[in-house]
Design a protein around this ligand. Structure first.
Ligand code: 4NP
Length: 154
């Protein structure tokens, strides 16, 4: 697999965190896969991740301060081999936005960790600290799932 895109609603909490967690696990494993993140809405375009997401990522050992929010584009569906949605609403929006010549596999990121027990990464934006910690925990489980998949494929 060449590259993947992580998508949430605002691109300031879950998907920039996803990109960084996957980058971290991929580099640990010495696997080169391109990653990026985007949102289905443009409200936060150009913004740094949410301060709470930055803090929780830092506690987890990763730096997301260089990420900047952007919106999903039609070109993303041709450029990225896989597009991972955080929740069902993101997935529905993506399937609506997909151009006819889309070549991307579009699916929920938690399909990578079917044993986790949750199929959607809940939006932490309006909640407390627990939500942000849970996002990291879930995405780490998903990244581990991808590592297993790649190890099996090789
Ligand atoms: P995210 O969280 O989709 O994980 O980046 C949100 C960020 C912003 C908003 C909602 C969710 N918002 O409504 O502005």
């Amino acid at each position: 697999m060449k590259n993947m895109l992580f998508v949430c609603l605002g691109n300031i909490c879950r998907s920039p965190t996803a990109k960084a967690v996957f980058d971290y696990r991929l580099s640990q494993a010495g696997i080169e896969i391109g990653t990026d993140s985007a949102g289905t809405i443009g409200y936060h375009t150009g913004s740094q991740p949410d301060a709470r997401a930055i803090e929780h990522a830092r506690a987890f050992g990763i730096d997301i301060t260089r990420e900047r929010a952007r919106v999903v584009t039609a070109a993303d569906f041709r450029r990225f081999e896989r597009i991972y949605a955080m929740d069902q609403a993101n997935l529905d929006d993506l399937l609506r936005m997909a151009p006819e010549d889309s070549t991307a596999e579009v699916e929920l990121v938690m399909t990578l960790a079917p044993d986790y027990g949750l199929t959607e990464v809940p939006d932490p934006y309006y909640g407390g600290s627990d939500g942000f910690r849970q996002v990291l925990d879930m995405l780490d489980a998903a990244a581990e799932g991808l590592m297993r998949e790649l190890a099996i494929r090789r």
